[in-house]
Design a protein around this ligand. Sequence first.
Ligand SMILES: [Zn+2]
Ligand SMILES: [Zn+2]
Length: 338
Amino acid sequence: MPELRQNRFTKEWVIMSTERAKRPEDLRVQHDPRPPLPAYSEKCPFCPGNERLAPPAVMAIPADGKWEVRIVPNKFAALSREGEPWRKIERSRRSLNGVGIHEVIVETPNHALTTALLPVENVAEILRAYQQRFTEISADPRITHVTIFKNHGAAAGTSLEHPHSQLIGTPVISSQVRNRVYEALRHYDEFGECIFCEAIKEDLASPARVVVTTQHFFAVEPFASSTPFATYIYPRRHMASFGAISDAEIVDLAKVLKTVLAKLYVGLQNPDFNYTIRTAPHENAGVLYYHWYLSVIPRLTRVAGFELGSGMFINTVLPEAAAEFLRNVKVDLAAAAD
Ligand SMILES: [Zn+2]
Ligand SMILES: [Zn+2]
């Protein structure tokens, strides 16, 4: 019998389809092995030596000399960096001019690498760059929310091979973000506790869906996971905003993120994936009822008509089975391509 599970953070229902259930290993990517990439590509705008092909950097780590991480404005930005947001209301129509900040985080000088293969110290540098730009852009009065995300592979929405992630600062807060904040506030008003802290306590007490635990973080397959192998990485300390992460926590998060991505890379043969940092908007930084986390979504299945029409997903891999599978994938944190 299939089971419906409710996502407690959004109140959305998911169908766990045991009838159509697949064994986790059946979702291994069925593609010809991707051809190995060169460490340098002369046409790539993100390779060292080709900096002129991209807009001038807004920051680099280290600031001088040979960079390890570099942030540049997106050449094909979704929003314009200049100008002021003006809201226009005409009868039923609302609009705003498209002001915002869209940047690319070039994660490593090496064209051939991927996060799963980067040394942990480099992953920590990427996260430090995220935090610095997140804090700077959040302070821009035109920006109300900053979304940090990564698209890996064509099914995840990118054709650029060079390891990179992006951030977009928008002049509005999306209804998806607002709804999560509202639900969390409602829960806090009713129970006097952060809904995420409560879930974290429960998950750690009965760890069937936990993939990995460290001092400051843990990774878990959510109870009502809408897609196979969706993995949330939670800070164990209550923090509403990603901007509040400490340096010790960044180092620890780098370990967990690399571990999760390496387990997916090895266990499912380098699947396409997205990750995104779900944080409280700047105006809600510091609240007791919201809790940021990093969500990793492998793109193993396609969204079809039922999902579009109902907003309900059918998941063919139980999160408990996905967690067990990922726990058993052995990865070596020190292993890195050079
Ligand atoms: Zn490159
Ligand atoms: Zn919390």
